[in-house]
Structures are given as structure tokens and as C-alpha cells.
Design a protein around this ligand. Structure first.
Ligand code: ME8
Length: 648
């Protein structure tokens, strides 16, 4: 079987971010699974470089567009490398192999009468690279709900593409091929849009010259969307390349919902006009939103440096979090807090602990050797059945472009594995020599479950099998998907290693403290050698004015309740009272105070600090404390000053 999957080609107008990364990671997981199933896979990604907005951004950066995009494209490639993206090709629309196909197609469509010359008078949104008619604008601005920016009036000679001619044919195609536009909710949206009538599309520009020239009329450059969509076949060597023959039509174009219209109207009509088959599926997934609610996007400026995130957590946890968080047909929410929480609960705790504790038991009870198993009981049969159900579910869910559901199924297996440990209680079996054979079966089942988990995780977190391989004796057991539903693969006698935890727990505060410290250090001039006592003192911060200080709202509050935050060593959850109002505050003081020591104390709260979620708890402010590296003391008020009083 062959499998061709694509991502959008991204605009290299700024560095890639988490949202962009989602589509690429999801496509990568699908491609990896199909390869593990033995399919011949072609996985394509790339960059969309001939956009007007690129010209503007490059100008603003004082660079020519080519130099500008060359720099950003390197960042995309580097990010994909760091995130273990296994693309087979990377297409850039400034490459000759692409431009020549676009020119060929443009000429052909012109010659057969599907493209004609006329004059365009209307509006253009450069950030969206979209033409709009006046009646579509909202308050004179871009009607795209995620944009709403200013549009520009264009009046220029242009070529037009006869979308209207194909309206009925496209509608019929969509009705007859329900799988073509997915998820189904998005299909209905597109059908309604087409039924409202398609207007011919302006497909060339004359007011700038960055882009692919219309070969027979070179003062025109081809409209960026017509140019970009063609990448899906130019990369295969259309019209006569070997890969084109082999891989077209694509199995899936995976994209975000923002660009569904281009992919399910303009693109199929280009293909219909050329008389070539349509892609089997266009899947428009939701967006990652920030916790405040807006789409994570370059223009909103709410993106976190992806390279820094990888430095902090590594590629696998980021891949896991993004894939698990975006439920089919919905938007997902991204925050670093939630990422850390998932890493600690699902990866360090559920998966990582299962691996460490079971390997430790093989080491302890059988000198690290995988034993010869005895007969199965119902417990083993149950685990085996589940592994084959999960294997099938994951395959289907990934064909449906739903990695979140696939991971959910895998985590049912993880949880069943943990239950198996608790139910079989090998620590009791080990005490009774009569139970030796049963213990061997259990230890053997542990090792097999680890092998199977390695296969299940491989498409989603390619680092996991690499970590497990040396622990299970060094052989690569993780290449074929179907081996996950086969048992008794490991050879008894194989020596396992306990190793380091495959996913160590992470505390977000370790990074925020690091950042604060390095920011402070950055602000200091190079320090002279200092006397030893002063060297202990953290450097002083920049001077501020009294007005800046006055912005801080410090208040006296009373601690009503205090408890440890589950699964953390450092955090206490406090309930404090301030002039009749109660607030929840999460504070990193658990190593210095028992919860009961704080109850009834009057302490000082930074009351106007923006609330932040820590371990899923909304913390509404911060308690003041003095500390050095070893000790910490919460600042308290000993006189009878009422809560709510200001600290100045
Ligand atoms: O539209 N959540 O490029 P682009 C999820 N060049 N996915 C997101 C996202 C978010 N917050 N932000 C971006 C273009 N994406 C055109 C495509 S294809 C022939 C031309 C992902 O750089 C999502 O896949 O604006 C979205 O469709 C794509 O990035 C847009 O990338």
C-alpha cells in the first residue's frame, strides 16, 4: 500500500510556533504509523514563500525577500529536525522545480479557457492573502473572524480563474465522497459556502513582482494561493515524475480549519480543470488557543519560543501533549503549565513508573533476566486481548486523523498494565517459593508489556523506543506495528537494565526561576571579583521609580486553610482571607512549612498579580517570603492589623 500525506506549506514570515508544529507533528505520527504497517509512505511539508506579506516583512527587516526567507526556512528545518519530523521531502515554492510546474499549469488553464484576463477591482487582505468583495467586509475590515485587520483597495489588470464554472461539479463530488472533507461538521460549512455561489477568482497581481511570473505575460505574478496549492503535485514531479505516478492522489492533506476553503474549493477545482483525481481526504483540524482564548498565532504575538520549549522538555513530551490535547473537531488549549502537568502525570507517572518499577522487579527477583513464563491466567489473557483491541483502534483513529483518540486508547493499555502490577502483587509472590512459576509469568508479562508500549508509542514519541531498547537487552523490537499484537516475542534469558526514568518529573518553577535569574544576570554589567560575602547575594535589580513601585498592591491577608498540592514536593495550596474576600494562592514553600504551621497567620499578598494556573489550580496572587538557598521565611504581621490593609 502507498500513503501520501501532506501538511500545509507554511509562510516563512516568522519562526514556526506550537500551532504550526501541531499539524506537522500530527502528520508525522500518521506517516510513522503507516511506515510501521509496511506501507510505502511519502510525507511532504515545506514553505510558502511567494506571498506579498513576505515582501513586507522582509522590507521591515531591511532585507531582500530571498535572503529573509532563506534564514527563516532554516529555522523551520531545524525545528522539524529537533521535533523528530520524518518528512520525505521539503518543498520551497521559490524552487525552480515548483515554479516551472505552476507556470505550466497556468498556461494550460489559460489555453483551455479556464483562466481569462480582465480587471480586478476589490479588496485584499495581505495578512490572509485573500481577495474580498465589498459586501463581504465587516465594518470595512477583513471578515475573517481571526483577522479583522485593514484591507487594501486594489484596481489592477488581472487574470481570473473560472471557479463558477465548476460549482455544480464540485458540489456533486462533495456529496458523493463524504470522506473528502473531514471532520463532517466542516464539510457542511463548506457545502453551505459553495451553495451561496462561487465567484471567479483573481489569480494574478501586477503591483509587486515577488513571485512566479505568468510565462506569457510576465508583468503579472501568480496569486500566492494558486501557486501554493500546486506544491502538493509539483513536489511529486507532476506531470510525469515517478513519485507523481506512484503517490497521487494524496491520502490526506492535513491542515488547520483556517485554510479549509482554499483546499476544498480552489484546489479541487484546479485539479478538476486539469482532469486529474482529487485528494482522498482534506482534514481541517481545530486551533490551539492560548489560555486567554485567542488563537496561538504569529500576528497575535502570543507564541512561545518553540526552541526554548524543546530545550526544557525535549521533543517527546511536546509531541505527546499537542497530540493528546487537540480533540477531533474541536480547538485545543495550550499552556506550558498544562504541558508540564501532562508530562508529570501521563509520561513520568503512568508510563515511566510502570517501566521503572517492573524492570526493577525483574532485576530484584530474577537477577535482571527475563524468565521463562509459566501458563497464562485470565489476567494475562485480558492484557493480551486489550493490546490487540488497542492496536486496531489506534490504526483506525490515525486513518481518521484523530491522534488524541489513538493516544487515549494507548493510555487505557498503560493503565491496564499498572493495574496488572497491583493485582498480581509480585512482591508477595516473591515471598513464597511455591509461587515461583507464577512470578516468572508475571515478570515475563512485564517485559512484554514494555516492548508493546514501545511499539505503541513509536509513531507519537519516536524517542521512547530509543530509550527502551537498551533497557530490554539492546535489540530493536519496535519497528513493526503488528508486533504490538504479537506476544512471546522476547527471549527468556535476555538481560534487562533498570536504567534511568524514561521521563523524569519536571517542576515548572525550576525554569521560571532560571529565567528570572538569567534575566537578572543579563541586566548586570560584567561583575568585578567581589568579596566573598557579597558574592552570595543575588545581584540587585534595575532601579525603578516610586510610581512603578506604587503599581504593586500588597495586602495583609489571613491564612484560613493550607494543604499540600498533590504530586508535588514544593507547592502548598493556601486559602487566604482579605477584607472578607477569599482567594486561593499556590506557593512554593512546602519544603519549609507544614500546612498547619501557616493556618491563622497574617501574611503579605501581592494582590494585583495576574492570576496564573499552577498544577491546574488558579493562583490569585503571591505570598511574600525571604529566602536564601537553604532557608525560607514567610513574612508575617504580628500586630492586630486587619486583613485587606495595605502594605506600603
Ligand atoms: O496558511 N493551532 O500558512 P501559515 C493549530 N501558507 N494549527 C495552527 C495554528 C494554531 N494556533 N496556527 C497555525 C498558510 N497552525 C499557507 C498554507 S498550503 C498550500 C498554504 C497551522 O503559515 C495550521 O495547519 O499561516 C494552519 O492551517 C497552518 O498552520 C497555517 O500556516
Amino acid at each position: 500500500m502507498k500513503y501520501y500525506i501532506t501538511t500545509p506549506i507554511y509562510y516563512p514570515n516568522s519562526s514556526p510556533h506550537i500551532g504550526t508544529a501541531y499539524t506537522t507533528i500530527a502528520a508525522d505520527a500518521m506517516a510513522r504509523l503507516r511506515r510501521m504497517k509496511g506501507d510505502e509512505v511519502f510525507f511532504l511539508t515545506g514553505t510558502d514563500e511567494n506571498a506579498q506579506k513576505i515582501v513586507r516583512t522582509a522590507e521591515a527587516a531591511g532585507l531582500d525577500p530571498q535572503t529573509y526567507v532563506d534564514g527563516i526556512v532554516e529555522k523551520f528545518k531545524e525545528l522539524w529536525r529537533l521535533l523528530d519530523i520524518s518528512n520525505d521531502d521539503f518543498i520551497r515554492t521559490t524552487e525552480e522545480r515548483h515554479a516551472k510546474v505552476v507556470q505550466q499549469i497556468f498556461t494550460r488553464l489559460y489555453e483551455q479557457g479556464d483562466i481569462y484576463k480582465s480587471e480586478y477591482e476589490g479588496w485584499y487582505c495581505t495578512p490572509c492573502e485573500t481577495f474580498w468583495t465589498k459586501n463581504k467586509l465587516v465594518d470595512g475590515r477583513c471578515p475573517n473572524p481571526d483577522c479583522g485587520r485593514e484591507v487594501e483597495l486594489l484596481k489592477e489588470e488581472s487574470y481570473f480563474f473560472r471557479l463558477s464554472k465548476y460549482e455544480q461539479k464540485l458540489l456533486e463530488y462533495i456529496q458523493e465522497n463524504p470522506d473528502f472533507i473531514q471532520p463532517a461538521s466542516r464539510r457542511n460549512e463548506m457545502v453551505r459556502f459553495i451553495e451561496n455561489g462561487l465567484e471567479d477568482l483573481c489569480v494574478s497581481r501586477t503591483t509587486f513582482n515577488w513571485g512566479i511570473k505568468v510565462p506569457f505575460d510576465p508583468k503579472h505574478v501568480v496569486y500566492v494561493w494558486l501557486d501554493a496549492l500546486i506544491n502538493y503535485i509539483s513536489a511529486l514531479g507532476y506531470p510525469d515524475g515517478e513519485n507523481y505516478e506512484k503517490f497521487w492522489p494524496a491520502d490526506v492533506h492535513l491542515i488547520g480549519k483556517d485554510i479549509l476553503r482554499f483546499h476544498t474549493i480552489i484546489w479541487p477545482i484546479i485539479l478538476m480543470a486539469l482532469g486529474i483525481p482529487l485528494p482522498k481526504k482534506v482534514y481541517g483540524h481545530g486551533w490551539f488557543l492560548s489560555r486567554e482564548g485567542g488563537k496561538i498565532s504569529k500576528s497575535r504575538g502570543n507564541v512561545q519560543d518553540s526552541f526554548e520549549l524543546i530545550r526544557r522538555y525535549g521533543s517527546d513530551p511536546i509531541r505527546y501533549f499537542l497530540l493528546r490535547e487537540m480533540q477531533a473537531g474541536m480547538d485545543g488549549t495550550y499552556s506550558e503549565d498544562d504541558l508540564v502537568e501532562k508530562l508529570n502525570s501521563d509520561l513520568a507517572n503512568d508510563l515511566g513508573n510502570f517501566v521503572s518499577r517492573t524492570l526493577a522487579m525483574i532485576v530484584k527477583y530474577n537477577d535482571g533476566k527475563i524468565p521463562v513464563p509459566g501458563p497464562d491466567t485470565e489476567l494475562e489473557a485480558e492484557l493480551k486481548n486489550l493490546s490487540s483491541t488497542v492496536g486496531k483502534t489506534v490504526e483506525q483513529k490515525m486513518l481518521d486523523c484523530d491522534p488524541a483518540a489513538a493516544l487515549e486508547a494507548i493510555w487505557q493499555f498503560v493503565s491496564q498494565c499498572n493495574k496488572y502490577v497491583d493485582t498480581t502483587a509480585p512482591w508477595n509472590l516473591a515471598k513464597d517459593p511455591a509461587q515461583r512459576e507464577r512470578l516468572n509469568t508475571v515478570l515475563y508479562t512485564f517485559a512484554e508489556s514494555i516492548r508493546i508500549l514501545g511499539i505503541f508509542c513509536a509513531p507519537f514519541m519516536p524517542g521512547v523506543p530509543k530509550k527502551l531498547q537498551p533497557l530490554l537487552g539492546g535489540r530493536d523490537y519496535f519497528r513493526y506495528w503488528d508486533d504490538a499484537t504479537r506476544w512471546n516475542v522476547l527471549e527468556p534469558g535476555t538481560v534487562v537494565q533498570k536504567g534511568e526514568p524514561i521521563f523524569p518529573r519536571v517542576d515548572l518553577s525550576q525554569f521560571t526561576e532560571q529565567v528570572q535569574l538569567s534575566e537578572q544576570q543579563d541586566k548586570q554589567s560584567v561583575p568585578e571579583a567581589q568579596p566573598s560575602e557579597a558574592a552570595q547575594m543575588p545581584p540587585l535589580k534595575e532601579e525603578i521609580s516610586i510610581d512603578e513601585f506604587a503599581k504593586l498592591d500588597l495586602r495583609v491577608v489571613k491564612v484560613l486553610k493550607a494543604e499540600k498540592v498533590e504530586k508535588t514536593d514544593k507547592l502548598l495550596k493556601l486559602e487566604v482571607e482579605m477584607g472578607g474576600e477569599t482567594r486561593t494562592v499556590v506557593s512554593g514553600i512546602a519544603q519549609h512549612y507544614k500546612p498547619e504551621e501557616l493556618i491563622g497567620k497574617k501574611v503579605i499578598l501581592v494582590a494585583n498579580l495576574k492570576p496564573a494556573k499552577l498544577r491546574g489550580i488558579l493562583s490569585q496572587g503571591m505570598i511574600l517570603a525571604a529566602s536564601d538557598q537553604e532557608q525560607l521565611e514567610v513574612l508575617t504581621i504580628t500586630k492586630d492589623i486587619p486583613t485587606g490593609a495595605q502594605v506600603k
